[in-house]
Design a protein around this ligand. Sequence first.
Ligand code: ATP
Length: 357
Amino acid sequence: METPRLEIRRISRAFSGRNVVDDVSLKVMPGQVTCLLGPSGCGKSTTLRIIAGVEMQDRGEIYVDGNLVCDTIYRVPPEGRSIGLMFQDFALFPHLTVAKNVAFGLTGTRDENMARVEELLARVGLGHFAQSYPHELSGGEQQRIALGRALAPRPSIMLMDEPFSGLDNRLRDDIRDETLAVLKDEGTAVLLVTHEPDEAMRMADEIALMRDGRIVQQGAPYNLYNSPFDLEAAKFFSDINVIRGEVQGALCDTPFGQFLAPGKPNGTVLNIAIRPQHLRIDFDRAGRGPNPTTVDGSPARGIVTRARFMGRESLVEFKMDYDDSILSATVPSVFLPKEGTPLWLMIRRDRCFVFNA
Ligand SMILES: Nc1ncnc2c1ncn2[C@@H]1O[C@H](COP(=O)(O)OP(=O)(O)OP(=O)(O)O)[C@@H](O)[C@H]1O
C-alpha cells in the first residue's frame, strides 16, 4: 500500500465549547488533489490551519509521509512539516524580485536554488518576469508566482485555502486549470479548501464534504454528485427538486407514479429528489400529457411561471397542478415558453435520489 502524503486521524478542535472541527479523518495520496468542500463556517479553514501547524488540535494526529508531525504532546513546528501553503491573499514580498520571491524558502546552494527557480518560473510560464517586482505583474501572474514560491522547496503536500477567490471569473478558470497542471506535473499532493462545488468538481480527484465540523461524505466527484449522502448533500451541488410521497405496502405513491420502497414501513414519508436537468418537458395535448413509460414514470402537469435563458441552457419553472409546488427543469439551448403555458413534466426515475423525509 502506498503511504499517504498526508493523513489526519480523528482531529477535533473546540472554540468556546463548540466543536468547530469534530473527529475529522482524511488521507491525501501522492499526486492527488483532495478538496475539503463545505459551506462557510463549517470548519474547513480551521482544519487546514491545524494541519499547517498554526492552530493546535484538542485531539487527533497528523502524519506527513507516514511520519507523525503532530499529536497533542509532540509537535513539529510549521516550517518543519514539508507543507506548502497557498492562501487567497498570497502576499508576495513587495521588495523582492520575482526570482527572489520564488527562492525565498530554498535552502540549497546558490546554483541549485537558481536552477530550481528557473525551472519553476518556466513551469508557470513567467520566466521573463524573473527580475520584475510583484507590483509590475497582474493579479493572475502574481498568483502563479505565489504557486511557484510554495512549490519551490518541493513540499510533500500543498495546502490551499480558497486560493482563487480573489481572481475575476474569466481569469479564474484559466488559472485554476494551469495551477492544476503545474501541481500534477510536480506530483505534489494537494488539500484544497473551497466552498464552491464547481471548483471542487473541476479540481478534485476526491472530495470530502464537510458540514458542522464533520466530514459527511467522501469520494470521487462523480460519486458525490450521483450518490449524495442526504438531501442537503444533493442540494450542495445543484438546485434540486423535491417530490414528497408516502409509503404504503413497500411502494411510494407520488404524482409522477409509484416508486419502490423496499423495507420502508407504511406511513414513512419520502423525499424524492431530482436535479433540474433530469426532468423531461412535454407538450399539453388538450389537457392530456404523454403516455407513462418505465424510464420516466407518469407525467404531471404544471403551469410555466418563469423561463430564463442561461447561456448554455434554459431554466423553466413550473407551478405544479397537484399541490402548487414549484419545480424547475433545465433544457439544453433555447426553450422559453410563455408564462401561463400548461406543460407536462416527467422525471428520469433512474436519476432520482430517495431519502427519508
Ligand atoms: N480562533 C477562533 N476563535 C473562535 N472561533 C473561531 C476561531 N477560528 C474559527 N472560529 C469559528 O469556527 C467556525 C469555523 O471557522 P472556519 O474558518 O474553519 O470555517 P470555514 O469553513 O473555513 O469557513 P469560511 O469558508 O467562511 O472561511 C466559525 O464559526 C468561526 O467563527
